[in-house]
Design a protein around this ligand. Structure first.
Ligand code: CTP
Ligand code: MG
Length: 254
């Protein structure tokens, strides 16, 4: 295994306000983390590092094991029905059991410290690391593979991103200061992939908090490219986002 994916799931979900850490809130009978893992296990095999809140480590491990075992079963029986909208085709088959790919570790107070905790557990032979938000629960496996393949082709950092659809204004208080050319903008998603050495060094040297890994790596002087993300890779942040995710999953299971 030469690839790892760090799934950050240690946030509290304050904006969702669902009474539990966000990754452990149900979309249907399965929580956000489980849906995210279904997509991850349908992508090319990788070490899967789940970064969870300290009090949810056991819960995270059982969710990850269940997702791994179900992915093994789906891979063995391609007639199996797709449980989520991101499951278009049969999953890739790996020789080892997917649960052997799972590592669970406690996160930190910020997303950046949670990623750092995950990076500390990457296996020695891994040379490409993807960082992915658990909250982007319905991310299609194709997006994950696309990011990893582009890092392999170019050696650069690569993020999933989509075009901006809203009309954006630069504002100065209540005044509209300028229109912004939408063609110059993209909405950043995850996964974001990097050469392992590049990401490790950038994290070791980071002295401030960045909003995503691409910003942290770019600040360390590296090029970052984008590949096409997906509307399904939206981040579940608010109650309205959770409702949307629930509708998508319900429709896909009919
Ligand atoms: N995350 C994390 N550790 C933190 C903060 C965030 O692992 N200390 C993870 C979240 O679990 C989520 C991803 O980073 O999968 C993106 O963060 P966000 O959507 O902001 O999630 P929360 O921080 O949980 O939500 P909120 O900001 O509303 O509290
Ligand atoms: Mg947050």
């Amino acid at each position: 295994i030469d690839t790892a994916i760090v799934i950050v799931a240690a946030g509290s979900g304050a904006r969702l306000g669902a009474g539990a850490p966000k990754a452990f809130v149900g979309i249907d009978e399965s929580p956000i983390l489980r849906h995210c893992l279904d997509g991850v296990f349908a992508a090319a095999p990788a070490q899967v590092i789940v970064v969870a809140p300290e009090e949810y480590l056991g819960e995270a491990l059982s969710i990850a094991h269940a997702a791994a075992d179900d992915a093994d079963r789906r891979a063995a029986d391609p007639r199996d029905v797709a449980p989520s909208p991101q499951h278009a085709g049969p999953a890739a088959v790996v020789s080892e059991q997917r649960r052997d790919l799972v590592t669970v570790v406690a996160g930190g107070a910020t997303r950046q410290s949670s990623v750092a905790a995950g990076l500390a557990r990457v296996w020695p032979d891994v040379d490409l690391v993807l960082v992915h938000d658990a909250a982007r629960a319905l991310t299609p496996p194709e997006v994950i593979d696309r990011v990893a393949e582009r890092v392999r082709e170019t050696g650069h950092g690569v993020i999933a991103a989509v075009d901006v659809i809203d009309t954006i204004k630069r504002v100065d208080g209540s005044r509209i200061a300028a229109a912004v050319d939408r063609s110059e903008l993209a909405t950043a998603q995850t996964p974001q992939g990097f050469r392992r050495d590049v990401l490790d060094t950038a994290y070791e040297r980071a002295t401030e908090e960045f909003t995503d890994d691409a910003a942290l790596v770019a600040d360390a002087g590296h090029d970052v490219l984008r590949v096409e993300g997906s509307a399904l890779a939206f981040k579940i942040t608010t109650a309205a986002d959770l409702t949307r995710a629930r509708d998508l999953v319900r429709r896909a299971s009919r």
